[in-house]
Ligand binder design. Structure first.
Ligand code: URA
Length: 418
């Protein structure tokens, strides 16, 4: 059916019927595995067989302030993994790794397969966009799902994500399934269902998979916006940065090291990751990659380097109390409005705009204190973004603990067959 659909022999109305049947009836992991395999076979695959080292990748279902990949790829590479990372772009309220990387002046994300493979062999990781020739079935089927209301089907999402990742050459995969207002999956039940489906389907294809469900009710770290996020990545790679971002990145990388067979358990894997962050190995890998992909290394090395928005306006707290919540969806919408993301695929994004959070869930705040800074180019958009950001913050009298980032972990060794 997939082969016929891509060849134009099966019409849209028949494929819509299949998508609708799957939407209502679901599929077992084995069936989802067959669909995934058929989708992989609909186009080219990248053969990384000639590369020495375990090929392991991470995929996030997307969120606000999610700059994990930019730290994780050089970190995992400095621990001995080979990370063939093919990423996506910002859309709607969510950011995209390619746009973040391209905010580094000169950085290229349109690598040929040959150059991608060469860089992987050299640095242990490379960052690029998806080739048009990979899984053409997904592009066609996704467009159809979009107009038939069948996007939100767990087996269809699973096959869509998984087929692209395996076609790109990964042997094993760690998923970061985001959960909360800024994520595709709004609650833990939905996130768990997707995580289990990804792990089971991967296993039915003979692959090692782990999934971490992480909180995306609030933005990750303090920066939201392309180069603002690069700055935060640099901070983490140089031994500083926000704890939630560091801890989640280390946890995901640690799972990669275990799947790669490089570390026996989480404790030793996390210790290895912290060591590589502290001794500067991951930072060196990052710099090597920026240079090899054409980026201006000085813009990440020098504090004052890189693009900066001309206007920076604060958003102040209207009352004293404790921050109860910083709604990730609204922060993402505000950053998008400033130009950090796009409404349609064809739109351009700005490298320098975004939101710099000063207060997070659980923090005490006094009336008039800054909740965040809005970095923008036009006063009108900044005003609109400020009022959205204002409503993203809830302040109350009760002390509040910040939510843990890692909510649940699904390992293939914990799951039986369905
Ligand atoms: N992301 C994908 O790549 N595919 C889906 O179906 C949903 C989210």
């Amino acid at each position: 059916m997939i082969r016929g659909y891509v060849a134009g022999e099966i019409p849209d109305y028949q494929m819509s019927s299949l998508a609708m049947a799957v939407f209502f009836k679901g599929m077992s992991a084995e069936e989802t595995g067959y669909l995934t395999r058929a989708m992989i076979e609909s186009g080219s695959t990248i053969d990384l067989g000639g590369i020495q080292g375990p090929l392991v990748d991470k995929h996030s279902t997307g969120g606000v302030g999610d700059k994990v990949s930019l730290v994780l790829a050089p970190l995992a590479a400095s621990c001995g993994c080979v990370v063939p990372m093919m990423s996506g772009r910002a859309l709607g309220h969510t950011g995209g790794t390619l746009d973040k990387l391209e905010s580094i002046p000169g950085y290229r994300t349109d690598l040929s397969v040959q150059r991608f493979t060469e860089l992987l062999g050299r640095t242990g990781f490379a960052m690029t966009g998806q080739s048009e020739r990979i899984v053409p079935a997904d592009r066609k089927l996704y467009a159809l799902r979009d107009v038939t209301g069948t996007v939100e089907s767990i087996p269809l999402i699973t096959a869509s994500i998984m087929s692209k990742k395996f076609a790109e050459g990964a042997e094993s995969l760690v998923f970061d399934v985001k959960c909360g207002s800024g994520a595709f999956m709004k609650n833990l039940e939905e996130a768990r269902e997707l995580a289990v489906s990804l792990v089971r389907t991967g296993n039915s294809l003979g692959r090692r998979i782990r999934a971490v469900i992480s909180d995306m009710d609030q933005p990750l770290g303090l920066m939201v916006g392309n180069f603002l996020e690069v700055r935060e990545v640099v901070e983490v790679l140089r031994g500083g940065g926000p704890k939630d971002l560091i801890d989640l990145t280390i946890r995901l990388t640690a799972h990669m090291l275990i799947l790669a067979g490089l570390q026996p358990d989480l404790q030793s894997a996390e210790k290895e990751c912290r060591g590589k962050l502290e001794d500067g190995s991951a930072w060196d890998k990052f710099l090597e990659n920026v240079e090899l992909q054409g980026g201006d290394v000085r813009t990440v090395q020098e504090e004052a380097g890189g693009p900066r928005a001309p206007l920076i306006e604060p958003v102040e707290a209207g009352e004293s109390g404790y921050v109860q919540r910083v709604d990730a969806y609204q922060i993402g919408i505000a950053a998008g409005l400033l130009g950090a993301s796009r409404e349609r695929k064809e739109d351009a994004v700005l490298p320098d705009v975004g939101i710099e959070l000063k207060k997070l869930q659980g923090d005490a705040v006094k009336a008039g204190e800054n909740l965040c800074l809005v970095h923008g180019r036009e006063a009108e958009r900044i005003d609109a973004a400020r009022s959205i950001v204002q409503s993203a913050y809830s302040i109350g009298g009760q002390e509040k603990r910040a939510r843990e980032r890692v909510m649940e972990e699904i390992r293939d060794d914990d799951l039986g067959k369905d």
